[in-house]
Design a binder for this molecule. Structure first.
Ligand code: RB5
Length: 146
């Protein structure tokens, strides 16, 4: 069952711009509510700007999840994980994407345009968005670092 009422905040730098555009089209076509926080061209920009914008949407509950795209997904993850309350992950397979929700209650997904083909990126996104957090013992562990 696809959770199509989810609100997704989406952002990228220039290294992730093309994949970000494809993700927006993919999610919108499937009924997800997507807010795009840029960047809007392949001109060089600084990824922390976009990480901060998208993470603020998640923390302020205007979005259920954030998706950030850069060249590798790594710079975005490092930035996002500096922000209290954000749990960002960079899964490169669907199992990790699902488990990052089930056990880690990840709230931001970061992806690398230079790493993933768009079809794999879409599958990773679906695995992430359609998994449920299991809570219980996992919440105790999250509370230990939050
Ligand atoms: C930009 O060249 C690149 O460094 C950026 O998109 C990202 O991959 C950083 O982690």
């Amino acid at each position: 069952m696809v959770k199509k009422d989810l609100k997704i905040a989406l952002g990228s730098d220039h290294g992730g711009f093309r994949l970000k555009e494809k993700i927006e089209a993919y999610l919108t076509a499937r009924g997800y509510l997507v807010a795009d926080f840029g960047t809007n061209s392949a001109e060089s920009v600084d990824y922390p700007v976009y990480a901060k914008k998208v993470c603020a949407e998640v923390l302020e509950k205007r979005a259920d999840f954030g998706i950030l795209v850069c060249g590798t997904g790594l710079g975005m993850a490092i930035c996002a994980n500096k922000i209290k309350g954000i749990r960002a992950v960079t899964p490169e397979n669907t199992f990790s994407a699902k488990m990052s929700r089930a056990h880690n209650n990840a709230n931001v997904l970061t992806l690398g345009e230079r790493v993933l083909g768009s079809e794999l990126a879409f599958e990773i996104i679906e695995a992430f968005l359609n998994a449920d957090y299991e809570g219980e013992r996992h919440q105790r562990r999250i509370d230990m670092f939050e």
